[in-house]
Design a protein around this ligand. Structure first.
Ligand SMILES: O=C(CO)COP(=O)(O)O
Length: 137
């Protein structure tokens, strides 16, 4: 599955701890991240991932483009609700697209822990079916 990992600055430590704790699950999937989040995860865990632009420079929109093509399966986005973001419209747009395409989106650590266990449990197998159907045209 294609999994996107994103964290605002105040939540990056949470993301590093999350990625460390669930590395054994995450490493079985294709990982994507916004720029700085990706760097921090890779430095802390060694996980290999595709790094997009930093969020304020368009990273959320790049992940949104994957969602719009139905190519992203899960998004774990640790948002900071207490700090204004210069790219708030991009953040809102990404979350909107997740709703348009029914893409599972966790916006905090507690929800992400449930989500990653569901991934391990195979609860998102329906996403593989969508990929196969898409390939068949
Ligand atoms: O701002 C972000 C998401 O909106 C995250 O971007 P970075 O991972 O580059 O800090």
């Amino acid at each position: 599955m294609n999994i996107a990992l994103i964290a605002h600055d105040q939540k990056k430590e949470d993301m590093v701890q999350f990625a460390t704790a669930y590395q054994h699950i995450l490493e079985q999937h294709s990982l994507f991240a916004t720029g700085t989040t990706g760097t921090k995860i890779t430095e802390a865990t060694g996980l290999s991932l595709h790094r997009f632009q930093s969020g304020p420079l368009g990273g959320d929109q790049q992940i949104g483009a994957y969602v719009a093509q139905n190519d992203m399966d899960v998004i774990l986005f640790f948002r900071d609700p207490l700090t204004a973001q210069p790219h708030e419209p991009d953040v809102s747009a990404l979350m909107r697209l997740c709703d348009v395409y029914q893409i599972p989106l966790a916006t905090n650590l507690a929800a992400a822990e449930i989500m990653v266990r569901a991934i391990e449990h195979g609860d998102f197998h329906w996403r593989e079916i969508i990929h196969k159907k898409k390939q068949q045209g």
